[in-house]
Design a protein around this ligand. Structure first.
Ligand code: F6P
Length: 536
């Protein structure tokens, strides 16, 4: 794989000059140019409209960013990814989550495995199982219908399924209740177990590795709880399924092969909702709708590979992100869905983006000399307007944002929707244009805050699949330009290792003298208070 320091390219240097020269230009001047909207939006018929005209860019900016993509050979890297080249070098793996949504049937052999065939077999098994639960063919130990689905998983084994189940609630089977237990904080599992009837509950233990501390601790306690309640160890068979790449560990846990749904090393945790990790989504919306989710993502895969730069939504989004991060010093990016069903989308994207591009070592093993991934955050509108928008409107930070909505609502309250959309448009306009005439400086708005408008015709499984895939590819392109490995996550390891070391010190007598003074002080405080509580 090639390794190009983007700062050494001609276009990067030109972008530096261009950003200095265009520094004083205000969106107020740009946004009244006739034909600006026409030339800076992308319409995909029957799906969405992407407006990128409310950005601090002109034709030169876009041309230079396109040149940067060419010089950094991002398209070559994208094709390598799709071909199954091991672009996840530090884990020695290909990156093929796109295969999970690829309708093709011709053999696609990677490392002696037909990845297409393997993925279709597991998908079919998941569809059959999900339908069995939905229609009541698959029942609990005592023959009762399953009504509660409890997903036990964390990170990619939680955020994607939870976000999608919430986002597609209007398409869900309302007789089923979904619970997501992720945290090692016992209150998460405790609160869930208090709400469910064991005879009507299905636990999905979702973990790529099947070694994650939080998931294994929660799954073990849930299993013991179930056995205690149903008074028969054999009940586990009817109430537990596993989703994992580690069949050995699943077997050790006591879940049989027929209740295990697999995936593979070539699917990253945060890119895994398209396969068996999507089981809660599939049970919720049914296999036909799940297939639509895959179709939407696959449509965007095609779009991303084939559309030229100016018609390519993920490329434009990635390029804008690089423009703000590296040339205008923005350090955060807000994700603002004007869609209550999408309320978990910012949290989902935090992992997808920050775990992928929060890296500082380049593909040559050297520290980068430029900024990489920024902070992703957000909340649904209009709630955010009454919370943090003040800072975006009148604070000192440059905060580019993505405003996501749909023209057609997913509920019958049409007047609400008009009000929602009026806020949606008003905010992007107010952020860009500002307000210069006011009775006091406190009431002035500088404006010039950029935003993208991602406006779906309507939200449905296809649209959601497309939306997620757009961001996946955006993340990919940014990592490609930044010359980092987007598909590993070594940065999560140190904390896990240290927690393992500290765990016996919380309850035991021994304290490791290696700890820094602050950690030692805090550990002693916790031990003292816990001992006192135990003695009372
Ligand atoms: O700790 C980070 C991480 O490895 C994520 O990348 C992953 O999505 C999550 O933990 C859960 O991992 P697993 O699915 O193996 O339990």
């Amino acid at each position: 794989m090639h390794s190009i320091n983007p700062t050494t390219t001609k276009s990067w240097k030109a972008l530096l000059k261009h950003s200095a020269a265009s520094n004083g230009v205000h969106l107020r001047e740009l946004l009244y140019e006739t034909s600006r909207f026409k030339s800076m939006h992308i319409r995909i018929e029957d799906l969405l409209l992407f407006d990128y005209s409310k950005h601090r860019i002109d034709e030169t900016t876009l041309k230079l960013l396109e040149n940067l993509f060419d010089e950094c050979k991002v398209q070559d890297l994208l094709e390598e990814q799709f071909r199954g080249v091991k672009i996840n070098v530090t884990e020695n793996r290909p990156v093929l989550h796109t295969v999970l949504r690829d309708p093709g049937i011709a053999p696609f052999i990677v490392d002696d495995q037909d990845v297409r065939k393997a993925s279709k077999i597991e998908l079919k098994r998941m569809y059959e199982f999900s339908e069995g639960i939905r229609i009541g063919d698959i029942r609990g130990h005592s023959g009762r219908k399953i009504k509660n689905i409890i997903n036990i998983g964390i990170g990619g084994s939680d955020l994607g399924p939870k976000m999608a189940v919430e986002s597609l609630k209007p398409f869900s089977n309302r007789d089923l209740k979904f619970h997501f237990v992720s945290n090692i904080d016992g209150s998460d599992l405790h609160e869930c177990l208090m709400q469910i009837d064991p005879e009507e509950s299905l636990f999905i233990v979702a973990s790529k590795t099947f070694t994650t501390q939080e998931t294994m601790a929660n799954a073990e306690v849930a299993r013991d709880w179930l056995i205690q309640k149903l008074e028969d160890p054999a009940c586990v068979e009817k109430h537990f399924v596993a989703i994992s790449t580690n069949s050995e560990k699943v077997n050790d846990f006591g879940i049989k092969k027929e209740n295990t749904f697999g995936f593979w090393d070539w699917v990253g945790g945060r890119y895994s909702l398209w396969g068996a990790i999507g089981m809660p989504i599939c049970i919720s919306i049914g296999s036909d709708n799940f297939q639509e989710l895959l179709n939407g993502a696959n449509f965007i895969d095609d779009h991303t590979r084939k559309r030229p730069f100016r018609e390519n939504i993920p490329k434009i989004m990635a390029a804008l992100g690089i423009w703000y991060r590296n040339f205008l010093n923005a350090s955060t990016h807000a994700i603002l869905p004007y869609d209550q069903y999408l309320h978990r989308f910012p949290a989902y994207l935090q992992q997808a983006d920050m775990e992928s591009n929060g890296k500082s070592i380049d593909r040559n093993g050297k520290r980068v000399n430029y900024s990489t991934g920024g902070v992703i955050w957000g909340e649904p509108g209009t709630n955010g307007q009454h919370a943090f928008y003040q800072l975006i409107h009148q604070g000192t930070e440059l905060i580019p944002s993505d405003f996501i909505a749909s023209v057609i609502p997913q509920h019958p309250l049409h007047e609400h929707h008009s009000k929602l959309l009026s806020n949606y448009l008003a905010q992007t306009e107010a952020l860009a244009i500002g307000k210069t005439i006011a009775s006091t400086p406190y009431k002035k708005f500088e404006g010039n805050q950029p935003s993208s408008t991602i406006l779906f015709d309507k939200m449905n499984p296809f649209s959601l699949g497309a939306l997620i895939a757009i961001y996946e590819h955006k993340i990919f392109f940014q990592g490609a330009v930044w010359n980092i490995y987007s598909y590993d996550q070594w940065g999560v390891e140190l904390g896990k290792e240290m927690a393992r070391k500290i765990l016996p010190e919380i309850d035991g007598d021994h304290l490791d003298s290696d700890h820094d003074e602050s950690t030692k002080g805090l550990l002693n405080h916790i031990r003292d208070l816990s001992n006192k509580a135990d003695n009372n």
